[in-house]
Design a protein around this ligand. Structure first.
Ligand code: ADP
Ligand SMILES: O=c1ccn([C@@H]2O[C@H](COP(=O)(O)O)[C@@H](O)[C@H]2O)c(=O)[nH]1
Length: 249
C-alpha cells in the first residue's frame, strides 16, 4: 500500500534537473508568513527532516536584501532606511536564484542578520532540489518577473493591529530593537510601504489566508492541494508518477 503523505522516508534529495512546484507566500510584516510555511511543512511531514533530504523547503525573501552603500548603512543604523521599499531588494538575484531552483539546480543563499541589517555571507544555506519550494516575503508578488515564476500564490491576510502587536515584541526580542525604533520605523516606512507596495499585490493571490496560521481550514485545504498536484505531476518523461513511488524505500 502506498502512503499518500509526503514524508521523510526517502534516502536522497530529489535528482538535479527536477523542477519543483514553486509557491509564493506574501503578506504584510508579521502577518504569519513564516508560521504558515512552517505549518505547511509540518503537515507535509517535513518539519524534522534534514535539509538535504527535504522534499519541501522554505526560502525567505530577506535573503535577497541587497548590499547597502556606506551612507545607507549609516541611515539603517539610525532607523532611516526603508527596508520595505522594493528598491531594498536585489531583484536580479532573486530571479536568477528562483530560475536556478526551477531548473533543478542546487543553490546557496545567505541568511539575513536583522541586528546588523546585512546578509550573513559566511552562513550560506544550501537548497537542494525539492518537490515543493515555498518562497515567503513581504514583496514576493511585487516584481512581475518573479511573480510569474510561481505555480501557486498565497497571501497571508492578518489585520494590521494584530501585525503591529506581533512585530513589536518580535523586533525587540529577536531583532535587537527598542520600542521607539520599532514604532518609528513602522510609522515612517513599514505602514506606508505596506499600503503602497504589498497590499496591492493581494490581487495576484490564488488563495488569501485570513488570520494566517490560525486558519487551520485554509492551511489543510492548501496542503491537500499541494499533495494532489505534486503527486500527480507529469515527470520529465511524460509519465505521471507519485512521489512515494519515485522516492520511498
Ligand atoms: N497565529 C498566531 N498566533 C500568535 N502569534 C503568532 C501567530 N502567527 C505568528 N505569530 C507570531 O508573530 C510573529 C510574526 O510571525 P511570523 O510568522 O514570523 O510572521 P512573518 O513571517 O509574516 O513576518 C512571530 O513572533 C510569531 O511567533
Ligand atoms: O534590516 C532589516 C531588514 C528588514 N526589516 C524589516 O523586516 C520586515 C520583513 O520581514 P517580516 O519577517 O516579513 O516581518 C520588513 O517589514 C522590514 O521593515 C528590518 O526591520 N530591518
Amino acid at each position: 500500500m502506498s502512503d499518500t503523505r509526503l514524508n521523510g522516508n526517502r534516502k536522497m534529495s530529489a535528482p538535479e534537473g527536477k523542477s519543483p512546484f514553486l509557491i509564493g507566500v506574501a503578506g504584510g510584516t508579521a502577518s504569519g508568513k513564516s508560521t504558515v510555511c512552517k505549518r505547511i511543512m509540518e503537515k507535509l511531514g517535513q518539519a524534522e527532516i534534514d535539509n538535504k533530504q527535504r522534499q519541501v523547503v522554505c526560502i525567505a525573501q530577506d535573503s535577497f536584501y541587497r548590499d547597502l552603500t556606506p551612507s545607507e548603512i549609516a541611515k539603517a543604523a539610525k532607523g532611516q532606511f526603508n527596508f520595505d521599499h522594493p528598491d531594498a531588494f536585489d531583484e536580479t538575484l532573486m530571479k536568477t536564484t528562483l530560475n536556478d531552483i526551477l531548473a533543478g539546480k542546487i543553490v546557496t543563499i545567505p541568511t539575513y542578520d536583522y541586528k546588523n541589517h546585512a546578509l550573513k555571507k559566511n552562513e550560506l544555506l544550501t537548497i537542494y532540489p525539492a518537490d515543493v519550494v515555498l518562497f515567503e516575503g513581504i514583496l514576493v508578488f511585487y516584481f512581475p518577473e518573479v511573480r510569474k515564476l510561481f505555480h501557486m500564490k498565497l497571501f497571508v491576510d492578518t489585520d494590521s493591529d494584530t501585525r503591529l502587536a506581533r512585530r513589536v515584541p518580535r523586533d525587540i526580542n529577536e531583532r535587537g530593537r527598542s520600542l521607539d525604533q520599532v514604532l518609528n520605523q513602522y510609522m515612517n516606512f513599514v505602514k506606508p510601504a505596506f499600503e503602497e507596495f504589498c497590499s496591492p499585490t493581494k490581487k495576484f493571490a490564488d488563495v488569501i489566508i485570513p488570520r494566517g496560521a490560525d486558519n487551520h481550514v485554509a492551511i489543510d485545504l492548501i496542503v491537500h492541494h499541494i499533495k494532489d498536484i505534486v503527486q500527480g505531476r507529469p515527470r520529465e518523461n511524460g509519465r505521471v508518477e507519485s512521489i512515494e513511488r519515485h522516492y520511498y524505500d
